[in-house]
Design a binder for this molecule. Structure first.
Ligand code: ADE
Length: 243
C-alpha cells in the first residue's frame, strides 16, 4: 500500500519510522511518504493560513498550497488516484470497519488540517478527481490532524497482509465482533495475592472460549452499553442471553 501524508509539521509523523510500521516500511509492505505543505508556498514567510471569511476566531488553511500540492502528487494524466482522507473533528467517525475499508485501498493520501481547518473549496475540488473522506478520530478537538493520522495509519497498516506476525490475533480482538475483548493474563499464576482465573490454566479450550465470551459480554455491558445495544439478536446464543 502507498500512503502519502501532507502536513505543516512533518516531524510530528516521526513515530511512523518506529516499531511494526517502521518494519513494514523496511520490508516494502508500506510505501509511506511525508510531505511538507510549505514546499508549495511561494512567499518569503511560507504562509499557509489566512483569516476566516465572514470573521471569527482562528485561521483557515489557504487553498493555494493545497491545490498545487494535490496537482503535483496526483497528476491529472496519472492513471492511479488515491483515496484522500481529510482529518477533521467534523468528519466521519473512524472505526474498525472504516479501518478495514481503507486497508483494501491501494493508495491513501492524508491531508492534515490545522487551525480552523482547510478552505472547503480544496475538499470540493479534490472530490471531482478522487474519492474524498473527511474523517474524525473522536468527539474532541485536537490542534491538528497529525495525531489522527498516526492513529489511522496504525489501525490500517496492522490489517495489511504480512504486517502483523500473528494474523490470528486480528480475529478475536476488541471491536471485531462488536464486543470488547476479554481481559488478558500471563505468568506468574499468582501475583501480589491475585490469581490468574483458574479456567485459563485448565487446558480446556472449550471452557476458555466460553469464559472469554462471558467476560467480553460483561466488559462491553459495563464500558460500552451502546455497542451491546447494537449487537444483532441472532449473534447472541442462549448462554449469552442469560448473562
Ligand atoms: N483535527 C482536530 N481534531 C480532530 C479529530 N478529533 N479528528 C480528526 N482530526 C482532527
Amino acid at each position: 500500500m502507498r500512503i502519502d501524508v501532507v502536513t505543516v509539521f512533518p516531524e510530528y509523523l516521526a513515530p511512523l519510522d518506529l516499531s511494526l510500521i517502521g518494519r513494514a516500511r523496511e520490508r516494502g509492505l508500506l510505501d509511506l511518504n511525508v510531505h511538507d505543505l510549505r514546499r508549495w508556498t511561494h512567499d518569503v514567510h511560507h504562509s499557509v493560513d489566512g483569516a476566516p471569511a465572514g470573521g471569527g476566531a482562528g485561521m483557515v488553511m489557504k487553498p493555494q498550497p493545497w491545490g498545487e500540492c494535490l496537482d503535483e502528487l496526483v497528476p491529472e494524466d496519472g492513471e492511479a488516484r488515491p483515496r484522500l482522507l481529510v482529518t477533521s473533528p467534523a468528519g466521519r467517525p473512524f472505526t474498525q470497519a472504516l479501518a478495514r475499508e481503507l486497508a483494501a485501498e491501494p493508495w491513501l493520501m492524508f491531508a492534515c488540517g490545522r487551525y480552523e481547518g482547510i478552505d472547503q473549496r480544496v475538499v470540493d475540488h479534490a472530490a471531482e478527481r478522487m474519492e474524498v473522506t473527511e474523517v474524525s478520530i473522536g468527539d474532541y478537538v485536537l490542534f491538528g490532524g497529525e495525531v489522527a493520522v498516526l492513529a489511522i495509519v496504525e489501525a490500517v497498516s496492522r490489517l495489511l497482509p504480512g504486517v502483523l506476525g500473528n494474523a490470528a490475533s486480528l480475529d478475536d480482538e476488541s471491536h471485531n465482533a462488536g464486543l470488547l475483548e476479554a481481559p488478558a493474563y500471563t505468568r506468574p499464576a499468582e501475583w501480589r495475592g491475585r490469581e490468574v482465573p483458574p479456567v485459563l490454566l485448565s487446558g480446556d479450550h472449550g471452557k476458555v472460549d466460553r469464559w472469554r465470551r462471558d467476560q467480553a459480554l460483561l466488559r462491553t455491558a459495563r464500558a460500552r452499553p451502546d455497542l451491546l445495544a447494537r449487537l444483532e439478536a441472532g449473534s447472541l446464543d442462549q448462554r449469552d442471553r442469560r448473562l
